[in-house]
Design a protein around this ligand. Structure first.
Ligand code: AMP
Length: 396
């Protein structure tokens, strides 16, 4: 496999699939540039090494062809500033203009193509569309981890037109190294901390993790499905009735495998779903009728934190409570801090999934964990043991 660090990019045109799917406000200003910043080292490496860069990405979910609000042209100014060079723009990702501008690129120059998803062929994984993109360049690089679990034209199908000249960029390389540090090379004790609203999206990952971890910690709204499955009284808390048996089966499997399965013992209950609701601490399996658990309680925080502090490898996905409401954020904050403390003591910690990443950013703990994954869905599928098309296309 070719490697971005050792490859000679001199006079090569490199088409790079980046993840520039950034949020824009109604003035088309970028409100969170994390993903753009993440791609800069890859782009600069190619430029400094004598290559020209053609960037392709999606932005948002356009339904029926081009829409101004989803145009990547809104990113040109910011990207030019970050790179210290004027980025060119092709207002169609394929066609004559893209071909002409690509052909005219000189070493060190950068061209950004218009949103790939203005063509439905992108998400359909259309081969002819992928070939048109491929014709623009000599080398293909995938640096978009967030879409690596999709077999789209630009993330996977295009690779076949570069049988030799294909590789990962730094974002992809670092993501794969970091996730493998947990799933393949994790030092024991390994602890997975799962939260968020629903069990349904996470049951496969729970089952897969049971074979790998020493401790599995469950918080967030999903805890109540487990508590109810054990016969607890959960009031109006979030529950997935159809998954009670699945939850029971997971707990049984954990016991068989000798995995410590931690479910909250207490909760902060509220009389309505609102920040200003009345609240009280109660046993997680004894919530009064009409009340709902919106955060983990103090005893649970203590138990979970101790497990985390005694772990060498930690994976965290999903908040412990409704952290968007300040009065129910303590569980998520304290668990995030425990992960940061454990990291300071030498543990490797990987945080992934939209809401836990948002929490880590909100509480300024980004530099206190080992790695923050940029691709929630891709990370979870990778951990579930699935082959990611975007990874297989480069490695295969
Ligand atoms: P997910 O997308 O499944 O990771 O879920 C994230 C969402 O779960 C966040 O918006 C949280 O507010 C929500 N959440 C966490 N704990 C609870 C809870 N106890 N009850 C209801 N929603 C929760």
């Amino acid at each position: 496999m070719k490697n971005i660090d050792t490859y000679d990019f001199t006079d090569k045109k490199v088409i790079v699939r980046v993840d520039f799917n950034v949020p824009l406000n109604d003035k088309f200003e970028i409100t969170d540039d994390t993903r753009i910043r993440a791609a800069i080292p890859t782009i600069q490496k190619i430029r400094k090494n004598g290559g020209a860069v053609i960037l392709m990405s999606h932005l948002g979910r356009p339904k029926t062809g081009p829409e101004d609000k989803f145009s990547l042209k809104h990113l040109v100014k910011d990207l030019s500033q970050k790179l210290g060079t004027e980025v060119q723009f092709a207002d169609d990702c394929i066609g004559q203009q893209a071909a002409d501008k690509s052909a005219a690129l000189k070493p060190g120059e950068v061209l950004l193509l218009e949103n790939l998803r203005f063509y439905k062929e992108e998400t359909k994984g259309d081969e002819a569309f992928a070939e048109k993109l491929a014709k623009l360049a000599d080398v293909y690089m995938n640096d978009a981890f967030g879409t690596a679990h999709r077999a789209h034209a630009s993330t996977a199908i295009i690779a076949q037109f570069f049988p030799e000249e294909k590789m990962f960029g730094y974002v992809m390389t670092n993501e794969l190294i970091s996730i493998n540090k947990v799933v393949k090379e994790g030092k024991k004790p390994i602890t997975a901390v799962l939260g968020g609203a629903k069990v349904s999206g996470k049951i496969e990952i729970i089952n897969h993790l049971l074979a790998k971890v020493d401790n599995l910690i469950i918080g967030g709204g999903m805890m109540f499905t487990f508590i109810k499955a054990m016969g607890g009284h959960i009031g109006n808390s979030l529950v997935e009735e159809d998954l009670l048996d699945t939850a029971k089966a997971a707990m049984k499997k954990a016991k068989e495998l000798g995995v410590n399965f931690y479910i909250p013992t207490d909760t902060i209950a509220a009389d309505k779903f609102a920040n200003e609701a009345n609240k009280k601490t109660c046993a997680a399996g004894d919530i009064p009728d009409g009340w709902m658990g919106l955060d983990i309680g103090p005893e649970t925080i203590k138990i979970f934190s101790e497990v985390i502090l005694n772990s060498s490898t930690i994976l965290w996905n999903g908040p412990m409570g409704v952290f968007e409401l300040d009065n129910f954020a303590k569980g998520t904050i304290d668990i995030a801090m425990a992960i940061a403390d454990s990291t300071a003591k030498g543990a490797f910690s990987l945080v992934g999934g939209g809401d836990s990443v948002a929490a880590v950013n909100k509480y300024n703990l980004k530099d206190k964990v080992s790695y923050v994954s940029t691709g929630g869905g891709a990370m979870l599928e990778f951990i579930e043991g699935k082959v990611l098309p975007g990874v297989a296309a480069i490695e295969g």
